[in-house]
Structure formats: C-alpha cells, structure tokens
Design a protein around this ligand. Structure first.
Ligand code: NAI
Ligand code: MG
Length: 319
C-alpha cells in the first residue's frame, strides 16, 4: 500500500492542499493518505511547530504532499521547512516552469548555502554562514545533469563566483560534472540570469543554482506563468520526497477561498510522476489546462472562481 503524508500547514496551505488531495484521491483511490500536523498554528497551540513524531511520520511515508508553513519573524522561531529539508536530506529542489514556447527546470540545491542554519547574533552584528560543500555541489550537479540528459542536454549554472569564494567552488564542480556527463554547459551571474530568464525563457533548459539564489530565481520566474499560484515543486532526497507549491502561506489572502490551487494540484501530479504514475500525472495537468481554458479561473488569473470551485471543475474535467 502506497502511503502519502499530507501536511496542510498554515494559511492558504489549508485551502489548496484539500483540493490537491481530492484530485490525488480521485485518480489514485488505492493510495492511503494520512495527516501530519506541522506549522505555526501547531506552535501557537503547543509551543512546537514540528515534533519528533512529525518527522518520523514524514519519514514513514512513500511521499509527502505539503502545503506551506508560516515562518513568523520571531527571533527564536526556526524555519520548519529548512529543518524538514535537512532532516530528510531533501537535497534537490526541482521547479519546472513551462508556458508558450518555453520549458525550464530550475534545480536548486536545498540543504546548504545561505540556508545552512548556522547563524549567530553578536553585539553589533548578526552572521549567517554560507556553506558550500564539495559533496553538496557534486550531488546537485549530478542531479541536474541527469535531468538535462532526459531533455535538451543543456545546463546553465547560475552563480556569483565573481564575488563569492563559495560560488567559485560551486561553479568549478558544476562545470566539471557537466563535462564528465557530456552535458552542454553555460554559466551566468545570478543577477543577470534573473533578468534574462524573464526576457528569454526559451533560451533555457535546465538551470542549476545554490539555495537562496534558486529560491529568488524561481519566485521571479513565476511572472512568466501568471504568478506564484501556478508553480509546483519537488524536494527530492535519496530516501524521501516532498512535493509542495513554490508559494508560501499567503496570510494576506488566507481564509477567503480565493487562493489558486494549481500549484498544489500540480505538486500532486509531480508526486505521482515520482512514484512512477506518469499517466495520471499527465491526466491531472490536462484537466487543469482544460479547466483554465474553459474560463474557470481564480482571481490571480483574472477570474472569479473560488479555490474550492476551481477544484470541483478540475475533478469534473477528470471525469
Ligand atoms: P507567499 O508566497 O505566501 O505570498 C506572496 C504573494 O503571492 C502574496 O501576495 C500572496 O497572496 C500571493 N500568492 C501566493 N500564493 C498564491 C496562490 N496560490 N494564489 C494566489 N495568490 C498567491 O510569500 P510571502 O508573503 O513572502 O510569505 C508568507 C509566509 O509564507 C511567510 O511566513 C513565509 O515564511 C512563508 N513561506 C513558506 C514557504 C514554505 O512553506 N515552503 C515558502 C515561502 C514562504
Ligand atoms: Mg520561496
């Protein structure tokens, strides 16, 4: 029996994930889904955002469907998402962005860089350690090359090696890995890449970059497809896999039934593909396209459909 852990999390996570879950359960009624409570609301309730039993529950699943968690700007609150990615060693964050005439995959290193979690506050300054390890570079570069090999065999490295020693290492290992995998490789400084990806998305295939840069690049790239409500992602490790929208908990629109559930539903499709069910993943993506083309859209896409109504239309399109 395939077991899927479901974390709604906070804010619009509690609205988009039930929709994604109902789509998943429609195409795979044989899957067992179970809830894991993680996030800021749990912290408010019991003083802990994620317990050890939560981590164990995630580890026990064949895959995880995740909404979003709020990280409040409180000094003692540590990001739960960063902790989960580290504890499950979900080192590859895969963010596909496709539209009219372009099809790009951002491969973001997901466990180190500026999100190393190694931070301290001194009297007159606060420090965050940017950690770039050989092993971390090697495995994300190999992952990106494997994906490139199944596509146009072309890789772009996004870095800032002109300023950062840590990115000099990242760059060298990526170039070296691409050469040994026989993947065509180019490079760009991450700031210039942010602009060029928006202007010429058709020029890119697979982009590999470090943790924070990939975070920023993928949010910016959402501009190409109508906003954050559209982008799914996969967090992949050797033993575990977690699928979540790129967006966060969006407290500004939470509880209003206006959030776009496409990113969450597409994340469920990525989950299915990861588990070897490309057929149903494709069916789900088609149903989303049919629904949007029929004029059923949430507010961010210029429509008036609610989160739940959009979900019902997708279920209907699935037949
Ligand atoms: P956000 O992605 O939640 O929202 C940014 C903007 O996009 C907001 O105006 C929001 O209304 C809009 N938006 C996002 N998703 C949407 C959707 N599905 N449909 C329509 N509009 C959508 O980012 P923000 O505001 O910077 O962060 C809010 C909270 O989420 C913070 O506490 C942050 O730490 C957390 N966060 C959590 C993530 C995770 O759990 N993986 C990822 C990013 C942020
Ligand atoms: Mg982000």
């Amino acid at each position: 029996m395939t077991r899927i852990a479901v974390v709604e999390g906070d804010g619009i996570g509690c609205e988009v994930i039930p929709v994604a879950r109902s789509v998943l359960e429609r195409v795979r009624p044989d899957f067992e889904t179970f809830d894991v409570e993680i996030g800021y609301s749990r912290w408010m309730r019991c003083g802990e955002a994620c317990g050890e039993e939560g981590i164990s529950a995630l580890k026990s699943a064949d895959a995880i469907l995740f909404g979003a968690v709020t990280t409040p700007p409180e000094p003692d609150y540590r990001s739960v998402m960063v902790r989960i990615r580290k504890e499950l060693d979900l080192y590859a964050n895969i963010r596909p962005i496709s539209g009219d005439g372009f099809d790009v995959i951002i491969v973001r290193e997901n466990t180190e860089g500026l999100y190393s979690g190694i931070e301290w506050v001194e009297q007159d300054r606060a420090c965050t350690l940017r950690v770039i390890s050989r092993r971390g570079c090697r495995r994300i570069a190999e992952y990106a090359c494997r994906i490139a090999g199944t596509r146009r065999n072309s890789l772009t490295i996004g870095h800032k090696a002109n300023v950062l020693k840590s990115d000099t290492l990242f760059r060298e290992i990526c170039l070296d890995t691409a050469a040994s995998c026989r993947v065509r490789c180019s490079e760009q400084y991450i700031d210039a890449l942010c602009l060029d990806l928006l202007m010429h998305p058709d020029a890119y295939d697979v982009i590999v970059t470090t943790n924070l840069f990939g975070d920023i690049l993928s949010d910016a790239a959402a501009y190409l497809v109508g906003g954050l409500g559209m982008l799914p992602s996969a967090n992949i490790g050797e033993r575990h896999a977690l699928f979540e929208p790129v967006h966060g908990s969006a407290p500004d629109i939470a509880g209003k039934n206006t959030a776009n559930p496409v990113a969450a539903i597409k994340s469920a499709a990525m989950l299915l593909e990861h588990l070897g069910d490309a057929r149903n993943a494709g069916r789900i993506c088609e149903a989303i396209e049919v629904t949007i083309a029929s004029g059923v859209r949430t507010r961010d896409l210029g429509g008036s459909a609610g989160t739940r109504e959009f979900g019902e239309a997708v279920l209907k399109a699935l037949g």
